[in-house]
Design a protein around this ligand. Structure first.
Ligand SMILES: O=C(O)CCC(=O)C(=O)O
Ligand SMILES: [Fe+2]
Length: 273
């Protein structure tokens, strides 16, 4: 603890979102609304969740750390794989490669007293998210790199169409939007747990199903929870000199989980110490 240790109220807008009190009716109304949105559109957004002063501190922190970020720049398919499959046609979704270029600031690079970490580790935040995703208790991820990250996009960076791997939900915080571009776009229900729906996936990838794609607008301070494993999503190319900064958080359904070191090295770069 430092002398300037942050409390939850320094970070979360507790006036609008009294999340520390589990019996509060405003909290329950928020949970009900988010659950309904997740059910219908695989995504929910909580606007103005973060205090402006905490957002400023997060943005300044990420900008300061960004020169040490790992530039993850690759061609990949929408399943996050880099290899082609010669047994499938060239235009199969598994063989359609697209570019992704983002800058990862991993958990181990962020100071312990960071507002991003205080937010992530707060019981009231974890419990709120657990109530929204409604799949039982949540636990902090215990990987050295994964639990809470800043993901930064410079001019020209983008994240092409993809499904998120493994986790049943993804949680992001808009810290600082791009000047232009950097839109978060999603085609909900592109596949299901038991149907890969390759034909539809291919159509979205080729830009033939713009009717299914929605752009999810988020102001600074908006928390977003989405089912990225079944909804194709992307971040359109960023334009301008303002760094697009997202907080990304990983909670788990069982305690003590860590990631695969080889996968981590491809996402965060190898550590040399
Ligand atoms: O930056 C975003 O808005 C979403 C990024 C994303 O695809 C993810 O975190 O899985
Ligand atoms: Fe994603």
């Amino acid at each position: 603890m430092t002398e300037s240790a942050l409390n939850l109220g320094d970070i979360v807008n507790l006036d609008d979102y009294p999340i520390s009190d589990r019996s509060n009716r405003v909290r329950q109304t928020l949970i009900d609304r988010c659950r309904a949105d997740l059910e219908t559109s695989l995504c929910c957004v909580i606007p103005n969740f973060i205090q402006p002063s905490a957002l400023e501190a997060m943005a300044a922190e990420a900008i300061g750390l960004e020169k040490g970020a790992y530039h993850n720049n690759s061609l990949r398919n929408c399943y996050l794989h880099r290899a082609q499959d010669a047994s499938l046609p060239a235009d199969h979704p598994r063989n359609l490669q697209d570019r992704s270029s983002v800058r990862m600031i991993a958990y181990d690079q962020i100071p312990p007293a960071s507002p991003l970490k205080v937010f992530y580790h707060a019981d009231a935040v974890r419990e709120l998210v657990a109530d929204i995703v409604a799949q039982g208790e949540l636990f902090d991820n215990e990987d050295p790199y994964q639990p809470a990250n800043y993901v930064c996009y410079r001019d020209g960076d983008e994240s092409s169409w993809h499904f998120d791997a493994d986790n049943s939900f993804t949680m992001t915080l808009m810290v600082q939007p791009a000047e232009d571009g950097g839109d978060f776009e999603m085609s909900p229900n592109t596949r299901s747990n038991d149907d890969q729906n390759y034909q539809h996936v291919g159509q979205v990838l080729r830009g033939e199903r713009a009717d299914t794609v929605r752009s999810i607008g988020r102001e600074p301070g908006a928390l977003c929870i989405f089912r990225g494993c079944n909804a194709l999503h992307r971040v359109s190319p960023v334009h301008g000199n303002t760094l697009r900064i997202m907080g990304v958080f990983v909670y788990e359904f069982s305690p003590g989980l860590v990631g695969d070191p080889e996968v981590n090295a491809t996402i965060y770069g190898a550590r040399t110490q």
